[in-house]
Design a protein around this ligand. Structure first.
Ligand SMILES: N[C@@H](CCC(=O)N[C@@H](CS)C(=O)NCC(=O)O)C(=O)O
Length: 267
């Protein structure tokens, strides 16, 4: 099994948490979307959306996060002797979809200073143009990505888009807070795939330094969050890259790469 992913990608974090929690071995390929590695023809040909993660088992390739999580559960059930009782039930699935419905894209981008965001997005556009020249047969897919990058910039100028995304997040967190008043985990008193989907959302808020506004202001979520951070899967998938001083190191590495390539005009 192969997983194409990156620590920056929230959906990748979800899949890696699920693999760790279920003790499933896989071959890991880091594809950094901020440096445009997802635009390399070898990856882009298999996945013309360029989005992460991509999960491959032989000839079976999955792109949708929830489908990948369910597939992982089935693999885990088969390897533990075909115990289907361990598969996610209705309530878990409902929470997975509810959390997954919140799209972090505009929320995240709107919290990054314009100067940095525009610099990175310009770099990525140049990478796409360079890859397009190398592989003209993929031109229409690359073109679609370019158009999408311009559309994203336009949308970020619309305050309603950001407001809607914030409103959606607040409603979701309020619902999670109410649920955590009843149960210790999101879909009951045990750790499930619903928690796997929620943890990266909370980690993203911390990465953006918004934990006071969104997490600490909700006591049940704050308590749940400190409990989740103790899990070995969290430490391996998220903590290793973003806890404390590591955050700076992880961001710096990507930033230096983009800066050097921009200076050298090597896309
Ligand atoms: N296909 C995924 C969504 C994947 C997605 O939005 N991935 C983001 C990161 S979490 C991505 O790859 N962004 C980089 C890009 O669009 O270039 C799903 O439906 O669950």
């Amino acid at each position: 099994m192969q997983l194409y992913h990156h620590p920056f990608s929230m959906d990748s974090q979800k899949v890696r948490l699920a693999l760790e929690e279920n003790g499933i071995d896989y071959t890991s390929y880091h594809i950094n979307p901020l440096t445009g590695k997802n635009m390399d023809a070898s990856f882009f040909r298999m996945n013309p959306s360029g989005k992460l993660p991509v999960f491959q088992n032989g000839s079976h390739i999955l792109y949708n996060t929830i489908e990948i999580l369910q597939y992982i559960e089935r693999i885990a059930a088969v390897s533990s002797g075909g115990d289907d009782a361990k598969l996610s039930g209705r309530e878990v699935l409902e929470w997975m979809h509810k959390v997954q419905e919140w799209n972090p894209k505009y929320f995240t981008l709107s919290r990054i200073p314009d100067k940095h965001r525009i610099y990175v997005s310009k770099f990525i556009r140049k990478v796409v143009i360079a890859r397009m020249a190398e592989c003209p047969d993929l031109a229409s897919s690359y073109h679609f990505r370019l158009k999408d990058a311009y559309k994203t910039e336009e949308k970020l100028k619309d305050p309603d888009v950001i407001k809607r995304s914030e409103g959606h997040l607040v409603r979701l967190l309020d619902e999670v807070e109410a649920q955590l008043n009843e149960t210790s985990h999101l879909a009951g008193d045990e750790f499930t795939m619903a928690d796997v989907v929620l943890i990266p959302v909370l980690a993203r808020l911390v990465l953006l330094k918004l934990e006071d506004e969104y997490i600490n202001s909700r006591p049940n979520i704050a308590e749940y969050w400190s409990m989740m951070q103790q899990r070995p899967s969290y430490k391996k998938v998220i903590g290793k890259y973003f806890d404390g001083w590591r955050r700076q190191k992880t961001l710096m590495k990507t930033w230096c790469f983009i800066h050097m390539r921009s200076l050298l005009r090597r896309y």
